[in-house]
Design a protein around this ligand. Structure first.
Ligand code: OFO
Length: 164
């Protein structure tokens, strides 16, 4: 693996680690607001992002590279409302998708077939995650504004938790 490829994968390790902390912070906010379904969902997303990070660490080790373990920027701890929070999740996932696409392009340019193959898992994962976040935002939209809005949103998230 070229030093540039390793550097780029190390950056991705940082990005997945930040996503894990961001979703954990969001989960804590939801728990505080009594949105337990949302809190459980985001805690699980946080654990998934940690797994994405570990997969990268282990891959870099496997190809005889040296993964660098990043410091993590403080994620926001307060959110305007649940709609904005999930829009931020989708926004973050889109950012990750762009980063993965850049990595795929770079690995192909470098003829690094092993890394190119490894990254296909992330391509699929991003498609699934973006789709899931869009589904959640669609449901939030459909529920619309009512005094029980938060109750119904949280119920939808519980249903998603039980289905995965
Ligand atoms: Fe959903 O960000 Fe990881 O890959």
């Amino acid at each position: 693996m070229s030093p540039e490829m390793q550097n780029k994968l190390n950056n991705q390790i940082g990005m997945e680690a930040y996503a894990s902390f961001l979703y954990l912070s969001m989960s804590v906010w939801c728990d505080y607001k009594g949105l337990m379904g949302c809190a459980r969902f985001l805690k699980r997303q946080s654990a998934e992002e940690h797994m994405h990070m570990m997969k990268l660490v282990e891959y870099v080790q496997e190809v005889d590279g040296y993964p660098s373990i990043p410091s993590i920027a403080q994620p926001p701890g307060d959110f305007k409302d649940i709609d904005t929070l999930f829009q931020e999740v989708l926004g973050h996932e889109k950012k990750v998708t762009r980063a993965i696409n850049d990595l795929v392009e770079f690995s192909s340019k470098e003829k690094d077939h092993s890394t190119y193959n490894f990254l296909q898992w992330y391509v699929e994962e991003q498609r699934e995650e973006e789709n899931l976040m869009r589904t959640i935002l669609d449901k939030i939209n459909l529920i619309g504004d009512s005094p029980q809005k938060l109750y119904y949103i949280d119920k939808e998230l519980e249903a998603i938790n039980d289905s995965v």
